[in-house]
Design a protein around this ligand. Structure first.
Ligand SMILES: *Cc1c(COP(=O)(O)O)cnc(C)c1O
Length: 397
């Protein structure tokens, strides 16, 4: 079976991980800050906080933005469930904005209309989570402008789009958002096994996320309160230079730490980010060429965007074949092509239906979910394998 995505592991990656295994620190060593620095400098971000998954990064990002019970988070239905679940973890309510017919990303006109109505209703969202679907950047400058107008914070779920850019601005710089998150799951652009990172230009948000990642603990002398002591009289703060064992838990955090093995793998993979994105784009162009003339809607990349092409998603045109979408997908899998669906709309998941969401609420995302087919795309996919995918697709259609 040719999978829809898979990791690419080189000897350099293996050596980097082995080196950590032979070192003094498997976790909380030097590799995590080194990886954070490398990612931040690659995408022009000021601060980076690496964690054990993008899901954890989204969670601590929402907490750092002070999302809580009574608040609202808006995202799109055409995403992985984690983009919405992060709001639920914080006790907030989640709602959705439908997607655009061509980019399959958040529709800015629909966002604008929904904000106008929400303001009238006194129910404006605290956090917006646009998602860079398939690696294509969202219309982030416009989303940011609306967020400023309506007083929302913006958290970009860029799990698909490390290495992408818009108007030359790298995704992750947070020029048009408060926080941006990447995922390093093995199917994503680069991997650390499991892993994620949150980027921000705001030092206070970065510090809060760093504390939330590790139990709410700080050793930063500028932040110490000085009352974490057994002495009855309040002592002055004792920074690590004086009492190296002293730390304070100041909020309720988690153990969301990334290990040094993961950070070493991530750093080694980051060295190949440019070549990965280049190969993904070259394969996407080959698909564009060879799928012309089939009853498919091909992905469109806006001219100001450079996509990371995490996924190559096509849509089966309605009534173009007598076979149903499901039938086409099943037949392709029978022929060894591991097609997938990105995404079954989040609001139609049983958990979200239980919260009251209904079929018909987000028609563009629903039509997408009924027609999308994710074709195999990853850097190690050979031209010959890709040709095989195309010929099977032609046969089935
Ligand atoms: C993969 C993914 C996530 C979650 O990433 P993990 O690192 O697996 O937690 C979140 N959002 C989107 C859009 C994703 O594709």
């Amino acid at each position: 079976m040719i999978a829809y995505g898979r990791q690419d592991i080189t000897q350099a990656d293996i050596d980097a991980v082995l080196e950590v295994l032979r070192s003094d620190f498997l976790t909380q060593g030097p590799m995590v800050p080194r990886f954070e620095q490398a990612v931040a400098s690659r995408v022009d971000a000021k601060h980076a906080v690496a964690v054990n998954s993008a899901t954890s990064a989204l969670h601590i990002a929402c907490l750092a933005l002070q999302l809580g019970p009574g608040d609202l988070l808006w995202t799109v239905p055409n995403t992985f469930v984690a983009s919405a679940n992060c709001g639920r973890y914080c006790g907030a309510e989640v709602d959705f904005v439908d997607i655009d017919t061509y980019t399959w990303n958040l529709s800015v006109p629909k966002l604008r209309n929904k904000l106008v109505q929400a303001k009238k209703d006194g129910r404006l969202p605290k956090v917006l989570v646009p998602v860079h679907f398939a690696g294509q950047p969202t219309e982030q400058e416009e989303i940011w402008e609306l967020a400023e107008e309506y007083g929302c914070r913006v958290l970009e779920d860029a799990s698909h789009s490390i290495g992408a850019s818009r108007n030359g601005e790298p995704v992750g710089s947070c020029r048009w958002s408060d926080i941006t998150v990447f995922s390093f799951h093995p199917v994503k652009i680069i991997t650390s096994g499991e892993g994620g990172i949150a980027l921000t230009k705001d030092a206070e948000l970065a510090e809060r996320m760093a504390m939330l990642r590790t139990h709410g603990i700080t050793r930063n002398s500028a932040r110490l309160l000085g009352n974490g002591t057994t002495n009855t009289q309040k002592s002055s703060p004792r920074p690590a230079e004086i009492d190296p064992w002293y730390y304070e838990q100041q909020m309720l955090g988690f153990n969301y730490r990334m290990t040094d093995m993961q950070a070493a793998l991530g750093s080694s993979q980051l060295d190949r980010l440019d070549s990965y994105v280049k190969r993904r784009n070259a394969l996407a162009r080959r698909y564009d060429e060879s799928l012309k003339g089939l009853p498919l809607q091909l992905p469109t990349v806006q001219s100001q965007n450079q996509s990371a092409f995490h996924l190559y998603v096509v849509r089966l045109k309605r009534n173009a074949t007598e076979k149903s979408h499901r039938q086409v997908c099943h037949e392709l899998r029978q022929k060894g092509i591991g097609v997938n669906l990105h995404y079954l709309p989040v609001h139609l998941q049983p958990y979200y239906r239980e919260l009251g969401f209904l079929q018909g609420q987000y028609p563009v995302a629903e039509a997408h979910g009924e027609s999308a087919i994710t074709l195999p795309l990853y850097p190690a996919l050979s031209d010959q394998q890709q040709d095989q995918v195309v010929s099977m697709l032609k046969e089935v259609l």
